[in-house]
Design a protein around this ligand. Structure first.
Ligand SMILES: Cc1cc2nc3c(=O)[nH]c(=O)nc-3n(C[C@H](O)[C@H](O)[C@H](O)COP(=O)(O)OP(=O)(O)OC[C@H]3O[C@@H](n4cnc5c(N)ncnc54)[C@H](O)[C@@H]3O)c2cc1C
Length: 462
């Protein structure tokens, strides 16, 4: 394996693929690493290899993604699928591939590692048959599988609308959609509506999905106090709606409370972060070219704030143009000229974001888990146990970790970081943005000793 590269792109979603394609266009042959077996990321997962009928059934955007995946596959780009990056330091990347660890260096790095569904613990969310709504999307795209139904969907966010639409399209019975967003969100979002009109087609598509859901399923908007129980062969979702406790039953329950940036890798890299107050998450801070405070490290796509696939593609292209300019492949004038259409596209996406973030803002009450909910799935710690430790004097996630062990398990705090911070903030009346998340440490994912020992050069900080 070549150990030094002029450009390494981490993540082959829309942002990473666009970055690699743009770099290749200007004579830089990048190495692209992705833990998935194929390029595509979340939204275009398996689009390059899916049957034409499946691509058509999933929709127009997926079909466009299939073209992007094919262009990526045919470009002069070195793509290493199944390569999981577990540590990153300035100019250095450590990853695992086929049971072997590798350490490589790079002049320029573009991190395009995307986001994740916001984990929101509620009683029963660890039961078999309860999944993230994104998981159904993954199953559909990668294996052509969908739950048999009836399915109950719970939560908030555009991906939830899209999942409902996919299930209905493929004939899966939807037992009910329990919507947790505040009913006042659309009114609060009205001042941001003119910005949203910068993308009229996207707005019309979103409204179509909402209308389809409202007309074809039983919806419970503004529901609170959700809990899931096993009831014979079914799962029963209980919630409070319109002054009464209600129940909906299904064989599968899909949860979704929006997509947030995955910030563990950017923390590990030493990048500065900014707080999104509407959506309550941290993301990498970048300039318009994706530059972070770490020299030679750019971030593109959802890792630098969730904006969707069109913005991710634009941001990937811009980051690659700037990297090519830094590598001396294009002049600043060429960079600026090539950037113009992408900057226009990005401006339209950015203009729309305040509206989207406000309409789909999470209800604060949902983010505070009920006492009986398991918050740390790895260590099986309930909210009650953690609240007791917090009240006994834990003021930070790392402090709580040493007191009660949340975040010590195999997921390394990926699932409990946000709820733990929310609980500490509420218990001690501290603004959430003042709470430092768990410190990210290598390896980001479980790695056996043999795999770690197979490294040819020792990682920095280990
Ligand atoms: C579960 C999920 C499902 C989604 N489904 C949809 C959808 O159906 N429709 C829609 O409009 N939007 C969807 N979104 C949002 C959409 O994916 C994004 O807005 C957009 O596509 C972001 O593109 P990206 O390139 O920034 O990241 P992504 O598409 O998330 O790609 C990031 C890539 O980085 C790789 N990666 C991450 N960490 C590492 C690592 N440590 N080592 C190696 N590789 C790594 C991942 O495997 C992935 O391929 C979804 C988001 C999520 C989280």
């Amino acid at each position: 394996m070549q150990t030094h590269w002029s450009l390494v792109v981490i993540g082959a979603g829309p942002a990473g693929m666009a970055a690699a394609l743009e770099a290749a266009r200007h004579g830089v042959q990048p190495l692209v690493l992705d833990r998935q077996p194929e390029a595509g990321g979340q939204i275009f997962r398996s689009a390059g290899s899916a049957q034409p009928a499946t691509v058509q059934a999933i929709g127009k955007e997926y079909a466009e993604g299939a073209s992007l995946c094919r262009a990526f596959t045919n470009a002069p780009v070195t793509f290493l699928a199944g390569a999981e990056v577990w540590h990153i330091a300035p100019g250095r990347i450590y990853f695992s591939h086929k049971g072997q660890s590798h350490g490589i260096t790079a002049d320029q790095i573009i991190l395009a590692t995307g986001g994740m569904e916001r984990p929101v613990p509620l009683p029963g969310w660890t039961l078999p048959g309860v999944l993230g709504a994104g998981a159904t999307d993954i199953l559909l795209k990668s294996a052509g599988i969908l739950p048999e139904g009836p399915v109950v969907l719970c939560g908030n966010g555009p991906l939830l609308l899209q999942t409902v639409s996919h299930l209905l399209h493929f004939g899966v019975r939807v037992a009910g959609v329990v919507l947790t967003g505040n009913l006042s969100n659309p009114i609060k979002a009205l001042p941001a509506l003119p910005g949203a009109l910068a993308r009229p087609q996207y707005m019309a598509h979103g409204m179509g999905l909402g209308l389809n859901m409202a007309l074809r399923t039983r919806c419970y908007p503004g529901a609170t106090q959700l809990a899931i129980e096993k009831e014979k062969n079914n799962l029963r979702v209980s919630f409070y709606f319109a002054g009464k406790t209600r129940h909906v039953e299904g064989t599968t329950v899909l949860l979704h409370e929006g997509v947030v940036s995955e910030s563990r890798i950017t923390r590990l890299a030493g990048v500065r972060h900014v707080w999104n107050p509407r959506q309550r998450y941290w993301h990498a801070e970048t300039d318009t070219w994706g530059n972070t405070c770490v020299a030679g490290l750019r971030c593109a796509g959802d890792v630098a704030g969730v904006r969707g696939a069109a913005a991710a593609t634009a941001r990937g292209t811009l980051a690659a143009l700037d990297a090519c300019y830094t590598l001396g492949k294009i002049t600043p004038e060429q960079r600026n000229t090539f950037a113009l259409p992408e900057q226009r596209r990005l401006r339209r996406c950015e203009a729309m974001q305040p509206f989207m973030d406000t309409v789909f803002a999470p209800r604060l009450e949902c983010l505070q888990p009920a006492d009986s909910a398991i918050v740390c799935r790895c260590e099986e710690l309930t909210a009650k146990t953690l609240r007791e430790a917090i009240m006994a004097g834990s003021y930070s996630p790392d402090g709580l970790k040493s007191q009660a062990r949340p975040g010590m398990g195999t997921c390394q705090g990926r699932m409990c970081a946000a709820p733990v911070a929310e609980m500490i903030a509420q218990a001690h009346n501290i603004p959430l943005e003042c709470i430092e998340p768990y410190r990210a440490q290598p390896p980001l994912f479980p790695l056996n000793f043999g795999e770690m020992a197979s490294l040819t050069c020792p990682p920095e900080g280990l």
